[in-house]
Write a protein that binds this ligand. Structure first.
Ligand code: ZN
Length: 395
C-alpha cells in the first residue's frame, strides 16, 4: 500500500514509517510482500515505474540511515526472493534470509495440531498419519483440509470427523470435486483403459511410485484418476524416477492407441501430455539429464515464472542449441512412449481383466490392482510394496 498513482507518495510514506519507528524504538518493522516495491529496478518492460523506484530508493536510504543502534529491526516477507533488487539484499539491509518452505512431516503434524485443536475426531484419526499422507501441502492447505473434513462430517450427520472424511477431503483438495460416474458404455470403457494404462505403465517401469488406487469416479476436470503414493523425499528425484513418470504419464494415451486404434485416440490425454512435456523439458534444460549433457540451459531469471525473461533467455541462445534442446525433449518422450506401447501390447490379457473389474467396481485399490497384474507379469521389485502409509497424487 506504499505505492500510489502519484509519484512521491510512496516515498513519503516510507519516510513517515521510519520516523514513527524511531519514535517507538526499540521496535520491529514488518513489510509484507516486499516484492511489490522491491522488484529489481530497470527491468520495467513496457515502461518504467517511477513511483515504485522512488519508493524503493527511499526504503534503501532509510535502511542505510540508521546510526549505530537505533533499536529498529526490519523484517520483510516475499514469495519472490529471486526478483528482488540486489541493493536490498546488501549487508546492512536485508542481509539475512530465512526461507520458509512447505512444511516437512514434523512441521505438518504441528500445523495440524494447531488447526485441529477445536475439532472433534474419531478415535481412528491420527494427525501423524494425516501429516504423512500430505507431502507438499502448505499450512493453508492443511487448514483447508481439516475444514473440508469438518464440513463433510457435518453434512453426513456425524458428530466427529472420521478417517473417511479425511480421505475424501485430501482427494478433493488435490483433484477437485467428485462428480457422478458416467454411464455411457463406450466412454466408460475408454476411460477405464486409459487409467489402467497409466497404472500398468507406472507399475512396470522401474523407479515409478506405486499405485494407490485407480478410479472411474471423476474429480474436477478428470474423467477418471490413477493415484500414486509419492516418494517420501520429493526434493531429490533420480533420472530413472523422472523417466518412469514420463512412461507412466504416457500410459493412458498408449492404452487408447493400442486398444481402440490410432483414429480413436481422444482429447483425454491433453493434461497428461502437458505435464509430460514440461517434465521432459526440465530434464533437458534444468537437470542436465539428456545427451546435451550436464548443463543448466536456463540462465538467471529464466528459471523464474516470468514469461518475458524466459523469452529473452531463449533469444540469447544459439539457434543450434535451441534445436538440440527440442530434439532432446522429443527423443525422451518418443523413447518413453515406445516403452509405454510395449507394456500395453505385452499385457493385453491382464489389462482386459483389470478393466473388466474396474468397470464393475469403479474403484480398485493398489493391492487389488497389483494382485491381478502379478498373476500375469512380474512387477519390478522396487515398485512392488507400497510404504505403510498411503498418500496419493493423481495422474
Ligand atoms: Zn491420463
Amino acid at each position: 500500500e506504499f505505492v500510489e498513482m502519484f509519484v512521491g507518495v510512496g516515498a513519503s510514506r516510507v519516510r513517515d514509517l521510519f520516523k514513527k519507528a524511531k519514535e517507538n524504538a526499540p521496535c520491529i518493522v514488518f513489510v509484507d510482500e516486499i516484492d511489490a516495491v522491491g522488484r529489481q529496478r530497470g527491468t520495467g518492460i513496457g515502461g518504467g515505474n517511477d513511483e515504485r523506484e522512488q519508493t524503493l530508493n527511499q526504503l534503501l536510504t532509510e535502511m542505510d540511515g540508521f546510526e549505530g543502534n537505533t533499536g529498529i529491526i526490519v523484517i520483510a516477507a516475499t514469495n519472490r526472493a529471486d526478483i528482488l533488487d540486489s541493493a536490498l539484499l546488501r549487508p546492512g539491509r536485508f542481509d539475512r534470509q530465512v526461507s520458509v518452505d512447505v512444511p516437512d512431516v514434523r512441521g505438518r503434524t504441528e500445523i495440524l495440531k494447531v488447526h485441529g485443536g477445536n475439532k472433534k475426531f474419531d478415535a481412528d484419526v491420527s494427525l501423524d498419519v494425516i501429516a504423512m499422507r500430505t507431502p507438499g501441502f502448505s499450512g493453508a492447505d492443511l487448514a483447508n483440509l481439516l475444514n473440508e473434513a469438518a464440513i463433510l462430517a457435518g453434512r453426513r450427520g456425524k458428530t466427529a470427523i472420521s478417517s473417511k472424511e479425511i480421505d475424501d477431503s485430501i482427494d478433493r483438495i488435490v483433484a477437485g470435486m467428485e462428480g457422478t460416474v458416467m454411464t455411457d458404455g463406450k466412454s466408460k470403457s475408454l476411460v477405464a483403459y486409459h487409467e489402467v494404462g497409466h497404472a500398468i505403465c507406472g507399475t512396470l517401469t522401474p523407479g515409478h511410485d506405486p499405485v494407490q488406487k485407480v478410479t472411474l469416479v471423476p474429480r474436477g476436470q478428470a474423467r477418471g484418476l490413477t493415484w500414486f503414493i509419492p516418494n517420501d523425499d520429493p526434493t531429490l528425484i533420480s533420472r530413472q524416477q523422472l523417466f518412469a513418470r514420463i512412461v507412466g504419464g504416457l500410459g493412458g494415451r498408449a492404452a487408447e492407441e493400442v486398444i481402440f486404434g490410432e483414429p480413436e485416440v481422444t482429447t483425454g490425454a491433453a493434461g497428461d501430455l502437458q505435464q509430460i512435456t514440461g517434465l521432459a523439458k526440465q530434464m533437458v534444460v534444468t537437470f542436465g539429464m539428456s545427451e546435451i549433457g550436464p548443463w543448466s540451459l536456463m540462465e538467471g531469471g529464466a528459471q523464474s515464472g516470468d514469461v518475458i525473461m524466459r523469452m529473452m533467455a531463449r533469444n540469447s541462445m544459439s539457434e543450434k542449441l535451441a534445436e538440440d534442446i527440442d530434439s532432446a525433449v522429443k527423443r525422451l518422450s518418443d523413447e518413453a512412449y515406445e516403452i509405454a506401447l510395449m507394456h500395453i501390447r505385452n499385457n493385453r490379457e491382464a489389462i482386459d481383466k483389470i478393466v473388466e473389474l474396474l468397470i464393475e467396481k469403479e474403484t480398485l485399490n493398489g493391492d487389488e490392482f497389483r494382485a491381478i497384474l502379478s498373476e500375469f507379469v512380474e512387477i519390478p521389485v522396487e515398485n512392488r510394496v507400497p510404504p505403510a502409509t498411503p498418500a496419493a497424487l493423481p495422474a
